[in-house]
Design a protein around this ligand. Structure first.
Ligand code: GUN
Length: 286
């Protein structure tokens, strides 16, 4: 392996420690940041994710409230819960875990969350703020990827960046953040005829497709920074990303592992967003 590892576990630990310090300072002023996590149904992966989110909050001194509902909860009742959390001054961030059961319109639920509490950064208001460079909440995964670039001293300015994937949660906001940082950004997706033609020119590649081996060694420019957002299982059932790690790490300059790369950073940035929501609420109350 020639590439250096970008250690998401170590970086997220550092960020969590900084969050804990800022939480302590807010608490000294009589305000404890609070996150509400809403889970509807029994999706096993979602249950694990929300458990981590709640534990993360508590480990930094924040309050977290986990609201669990049966999969039969009506859309109207969920919207009523979100409105109640919007009005609750002890709650600064609201996260409704996705996916929601099919009878609930996820878009409607996200749009009901107050933009001031949209710590996932999924609301149209947050997406619009990111697009026009106004303050708002950045979606946690792309925000974490930017922090990883910063941690290795990689300034995207003037670099060619390729984002593989165009989801609202990762691909599109990732491209916006890289653009804001003055990279020349290309978004590739399932209808891109020759992906390698783009990735071979890239100084930074972010793979966010949800498919194994989307990026192989022959597709990477020597020395490039490769960020793997994927979370898949290989044939042996082992966790793996979108990038052929064994091959690409022979060519890239920097690479994120899976697990231990982007995943812990996503969790850390949720804490940062929740803290920022509480700090903004505190500033508005002065
Ligand atoms: N489901 C999987 N990842 C996420 C996330 O980051 N936020 C929410 N709300 N749901 C998810």
């Amino acid at each position: 392996m020639t590439a250096q590892l970008i250690d998401g576990n170590a970086l997220s630990r550092k960020i969590r420690a900084e969050v804990a310090e800022r939480v302590a300072s807010l608490k000294g002023r009589g305000l404890q940041p609070g996150l509400a996590v809403v889970l509807v149904g029994e999706n096993p992966a979602s249950q694990v994710y929300v458990k981590h989110k709640v534990a993360d909050c508590e480990s930094t001194g924040m309050r977290s409230v986990l609201e669990k509902y049966d999969a039969t909860l009506s859309e109207a009742d969920l919207l009523a819960r979100v409105r109640a959390l919007n009005a609750d001054p002890s709650i600064h961030g609201i996260l409704v875990q996705l996916p929601l059961p099919p009878h609930i319109d996820a878009h409607k639920v996200i749009e009901t969350i107050s933009p001031a509490k949209d710590v996932d950064g999924f609301h149209v208001h947050s997406a619009g703020a990111l697009m026009v460079g106004q303050p708002g909440f950045k979606p946690c995964t792309p925000y974490g990827c930017m922090k990883m670039l910063e941690s290795i001293g990689c300034n995207p300015r003037g670099k060619n960046a390729v984002v593989i994937g165009r989801s609202n949660i990762v691909g599109k906001p990732m491209a916006m953040l890289l653009l804001q940082a003055s990279a020349t950004v290309t978004i590739c997706h399932s209808a891109t005829p020759d992906l390698a033609e783009h990735t071979r020119r890239a100084d930074i590649v972010v793979a966010a497709v949800g498919k194994r081996n989307v990026l192989t060694a022959d597709m990477v420019k020597p020395g490039a920074v490769v960020i793997d957002v994927g979370m898949n299982r290989d044939d042996a059932g082992k966790l793996c990303g979108d990038v052929d790690f064994a091959g690409v790490s022979q060519v890239a300059g920097w690479i994120t592992p899976v697990p231990g790369g982007v995943g812990p950073m996503t969790r850390a940035m949720l804490l940062v967003n929740t803290l920022e929501a509480a700090e903004r609420a505190a500033a508005a109350a002065v």
